[in-house]
Write a protein that binds this ligand. Structure first.
Ligand code: NIG
Length: 392
C-alpha cells in the first residue's frame, strides 16, 4: 500500500538501512547496508549506513532495495476515450493500424481542458506510484493547430518534458500535403513555447521518409531536439533517418536489419524499446539483446497510450525485458533509468544515484531489485522520492 505525501522539502534527509542500493552509475555499483544523504533535493553523500552523517530528517529503508526512479522517455498521456474494443479485436486476430489514432483524436478534441488535465494528472500519478520520477509525454491526438497547442500546454503542466507529435497521423479527411505544411509551419509555431522535443511517426500508413525528414528539419530549425517513431510495424527507413538527422532516440525498433543495428551502434541515437506495446500489438519484441551486443545504447519506456500500450508500469517493462528479451537485470535497470535519461539528454541530472544528481529514488518493497522480474506484476513500489521530496 502506498500513500501520497504533501510536498515538503526538508533541507537534508538521510536514508539509512538500504538493503541493496543499485546506483546505475558508470561502475553500476550495488551496495549493501547503504545510506544516501539528500541535501536541497540532490544526492549529497552515498556510503555505508553505519557511517551516515546526521541530517534534518531521516528515513529508514528497513533493508529494502533502492534504485534510481524510472525515467520514462516515451508516453502519449494527453488523451481521452477508450479503445478496449479495438484491443479485444486485436487479441482475436485483427492487425493494429495507425488509423486508430483518429479515434482518439476525436474523443480528445471533445474533452475540455479541466477533464483532460485531470486525466493527465491521474496518469502521471499512476506512473509515480509505480516508481517513475522523470517523464516525457507527447502531443499527437490534437492534429490541428489549436488542439496541438492546447495539448502541449496541458502536457507542460504535467510532465517533465514535452514532445510535439503533430506528425502522428494525417487527420481523417485532411489533404496530406496541406497537413504537412501546417505541421511544419503554423502548428510548430503554435506549440514551440511549450515543447522541447519533436517526433514523427515514420511508418507505412503515417509519414513516409521524405515527409518525416521535412518535419524533423523544420523542428530542428525551430530549436527542438529530435526523436522518431521508427520500424514499429515493419522494416522501414525510420532508424536510418533518425541516425542521419542526429535524433536523440528512435523508438519501437521492432523490425531491424543489420544495417539498422550497425547504424545505431555507431551513433549517439538511443534505441528505445517499448515491450508493453510489443505485447499489446503482437509485434516481435524489440531486439534489445542484439542491440546491446552490437554496442547500441538501449532504453526501455512504457509508451503509455490508449491504442497500443495502455500502461505506465515501468516495472512490468523491466520484468519483460529480463524474462523475454534476454536482458540481464543490470541491463534492464540501466535501460529504464540511464537509458531513458540518455534518450532525453538529461543524463547529467537524472537516471542514476550519484552525488550531485537529483535525488530521484525508488524504494522497493523487496530486499533486492531482482524481485522486479522474480515477482512480475506485483506492486513492489514502497516509496518514491522526486527531487528529494517523498511523493509516494
Ligand atoms: O507509439 N505508433 C504511434 N503511436 C502510438 C500509438 C498511437 C495509437 O494507436 O493511438 C505508439 O504505439
Amino acid at each position: 500500500m502506498t500513500r501520497t505525501h504533501a510536498s515538503t522539502s526538508p533541507a537534508s534527509t538521510v536514508i539509512t538501512g538500504i538493503g541493496e542500493l543499485t546506483t546505475v552509475d558508470t561502475e553500476h555499483r550495488v551496495l549493501h547496508d547503504a545510506a544516501v544523504v539528500i541535501d536541497d533535493g540532490r544526492i549529497a553523500w552515498i556510503g555505508p549506513s553505519a557511517q551516515a552523517p546526521a541530517a534534518d530528517t531521516s528515513y529508514d529503508a528497513e533493508g529494502r532495495a533502492v534504485l534510481p526512479g524510472w525515467v520514462d522517455s516515451h508516453t502519449h498521456l494527453v488523451f481521452a476515450g477508450d479503445r478496449g474494443a479495438e484491443f479485444e479485436a486485436r487479441m482475436a486476430g485483427q492487425q493494429y493500424s495507425a488509423g486508430g489514432i483518429g479515434v482518439t483524436m476525436s474523443a480528445t478534441r471533445e474533452t475540455d481542458d479541466a477533464v483532460l488535465a485531470s486525466l493527465l494528472a491521474a496518469r502521471v500519478g499512476d506512473a509515480r506510484r509505480g516508481g517513475t520520477t522523470f517523464l516525457e509525454t507527447k502531443t499527437g491526438y490534437g492534429l490541428s493547430v489549436e488542439e496541438e497547442q492546447r495539448h502541449a500546454r496541458l502536457a507542460e503542466q504535467a510532465a517533465d518534458v514535452v514532445t510535439f507529435l503533430g506528425a502522428h497521423l494525417v487527420p481523417p479527411g485532411a489533404d496530406a500535403d496541406e497537413y504537412l505544411d501546417l505541421v511544419c509551419g503554423p502548428m510548430l509555431e503554435a506549440v514551440a513555447e511549450h515543447v522541447q522535443w519533436a517526433d514523427v511517426f515514420c511508418e507505412r500508413g503515417a509519414f513516409d521518409v521524405d515527409a518525416s525528414r521535412r518535419v524533423l528539419q523544420a523542428c530542428r530549425d525551430a530549436g527542438l531536439g529530435l526523436r522518431v517513431h521508427g520500424n514499429q510495424l515493419g522494416p522501414g527507413p525510420g532508424v536510418k533517418l533518425a541516425v542521419e538527422m542526429g535524433a536523440a532516440s528512435v523508438d519501437h525498433v521492432n523490425h531491424l536489419d543489420d544495417a539498422d543495428v550497425a547504424a545505431l551502434a555507431d551513433s549517439e541515437t538511443v534505441a528505445t524499446c517499448l515491450p508493453a506495446c510489443d505485447l499489446s500489438t503482437r509485434q516481435p519484441l524489440a531486439p534489445g539483446r542484439r542491440l546491446l551486443d552490437a554496442g547500441a545504447e538501449v532504453a526501455l519506456a512504457s509508451n503509455c497510450n490508449p491504442g497500443t500500450s495502455y500502461t505506465t508500469a515501468m516495472g512490468f517493462c523491466v520484468a519483460t525485458a529480463v524474462l523475454q528479451m534476454e536482458l540481464t537485470l543490470k541491463e534492464a535497470l540501466r535501460a529504464a533509468t540511464m537509458g531513458g535519461a540518455r534518450a532525453l539528454r538529461v543524463e547529467d541530472e537524472v537516471g542514476s544515484v550519484e552525488v550531485g544528481k537529483r535525488a530521484d529514488l525508488h524504494v522497493l518493497d523487496a530486499p533486492a531489485a531482482i524481485h522486479l522480474a522474480y515477482r512480475p506484476g506485483m506492486p513492489l513500489t514502497h516509496a518514491v522520492f522526486k527531487d528529494g521530496r517523498r511523493e509516494v
